[in-house]
Design a protein around this ligand. Structure first.
Ligand code: H76
Length: 439
């Protein structure tokens, strides 16, 4: 092993109550909201297909012109309680809101910059309304924070000169001050979701990122941070130079999932963050430009994450007035409908230790030990194959919701077919298995 001074604070999975709750949550709502939500991917009448939160770059907009959007930010239709109730109805157990994205605009009144909500027509502490509303709804609040900051004069992508180094020292102090400020202003916050740490400036500051994680966790015992915060002694990110995870969960799965048969991902906590269109985190006026994932597609991603011991963080992008688009409201409602019947297979679930089959995903409830089959692909044979360890057998299989008991056909090889009534199945469904020791 390579000796590191700035590697992980610990190895393995955290087992404290805060992390156990993170793990039980399994399903979260991501929200990207900032000045980019005003133009929504359209600038001077031209639509730009790239991610809307990068419109400044895509449309080559001057920093001065972009920063002027601050004077238009007035989300009069924002209602924290309404947002929280939509998330609750969807079945989200946690939420992660962008406090500051790469543009540098802060959704909270910060002592350390004037590029914040206080200096907009809206003025009020929107973040407080948001954090209070979601917390009161019983949804854990996480805050996204982009280290990368296009606005701040001391941001440097690379540290090439002594001036760069001195500027970045000021920037590190600014970053630390803002993060401490967020934890002090919003005591309900459970964790911080870092982004924008891919540049050389950050890779050259592994010691600072280590000390920052220590400081923030001292300030807020139990605090949870994603793997994007850290760089190690040699600039390695997410995983250190020995391949060990830094931070409390692996957050490299952005708009992608691991191979469903990859059991190595179960060694750490991890989370997949996902957009509904192909690549729009901030509000974009035109979702017809690319594929829009449908509800069953998103439910399958949620099921896969749970089956491999990971969380699924589904992104929503409200517009500049604070309104979610109709497609997002419909999807939230449809996911919530499915979760009403089937959430036992998701909340508190983990990798079941069974061989992945083509019909869908196994999950295991860590408290009850119950094993679930989440079925997305009904085989033409109507027979769902289950391979169990030698010492186990299925004593019962019931459709969740309707409760119907299903016939079983056992093989000598300790495989079992769960037999489905031959009919059409138009939405994903869950089967609860009762297992018993083999005689
Ligand atoms: C690239 C990039 C950023 N990372 C995602 C989580 C979004 O914030 C996107 O803008």
């Amino acid at each position: 092993k390579i000796k590191l001074d700035y590697g992980p604070l610990y190895h393995g999975k955290r087992q404290d109550p805060a992390m156990k709750k993170w793990r039980e949550n399994r399903f979260g709502q991501f929200i990207h909201w900032g000045l980019y939500s005003i133009p929504g991917g359209v600038w001077e009448g031209k639509t730009y297909g790239y991610a809307a939160e990068f419109l400044k770059a895509s449309a080559g907009i001057s920093t001065e012109r972009w920063n002027g959007l601050k004077d238009e930010f007035n989300p009069t239709e924002f209602n924290g309680k309404e947002w929280a109730s939509m998330a609750k109805a969807m079945g989200a157990k946690y939420v992660c809101l962008t406090t500051k994205h790469h543009e540098g605009f802060c959704l909270w009144p910060s002592k350390y910059t004037e590029f914040d909500i206080e200096n907009t027509p809206y003025q009020k502490d929107l973040m407080k309304e948001f954090v209070d509303a979601y917390s009161e709804a019983g949804i854990d609040v996480y805050l996204y924070y982009s280290v990368l900051d296009w606005y701040h004069p001391d941001w440097r992508t690379k540290l090439k000169t002594m001036d760069d180094v001195e500027a970045f020292e000021r920037f590190k102090t600014f970053t630390q001050n803002q993060l401490v400020e967020l934890l002090e202003r919003y005591p309900q916050v459970k964790g911080l979701w870092f982004d924008g740490t891919w540049d050389q400036c950050w890779k050259d500051n592994g010691k600072f990122s280590y000390e920052l994680e220590v400081l923030l966790k001292e300030k807020r015992p139990g605090l949870i941070v994603n793997s994007r915060l850290r760089a190690d002694d040699f600039g390695k990110r997410h995983r250190d130079s020995n391949g060990d995870l830094m931070g409390d969960f692996e957050s490299g799965y952005e708009r992608r999932l691991p191979d469903p048969r990859d059991t190595s991902v179960t060694k750490n906590d991890w989370e997949c963050c996902m957009t509904i269109p192909e690549n729009q985190w901030g509000y974009h006026k035109d979702w017809t430009l690319t594929h829009q994932k449908n509800t069953n597609e998103l439910l399958e991603m949620l099921a896969q994450c749970s089956s491999q011991g990971g969380n699924f963080l589904l992104n929503f992008g409200p517009n500049g007035k604070g309104v979610f688009r109709a497609e997002e409201k419909r999807i939230a409602r449809e996911i919530g409908e499915w979760m009403k019947t089937n959430s036992a297979a998701i909340y508190g679930s983990d990798y079941a230790g069974l061989k992945k089959q083509d019909w869908g995903y196994f999950t295991k409830n860590t408290k009850s030990g119950e094993v679930y089959m989440i079925v997305f692909n009904v085989p033409i044979s109507y027979q769902l194959r289950v391979e169990l360890p030698k010492h186990q057998t299925i004593s019962k299989a019931n459709m969740v919701g309707i409760g119907q008991e299903l016939q079983l056909e056992k093989f000598d090889s300790n495989e079992t077919f769960v037999l489905l009534p031959p009919k059409s199945y138009t939405s994903p469904f869950v089967i609860r298995l009762e297992l018993k020791a083999n005689k």
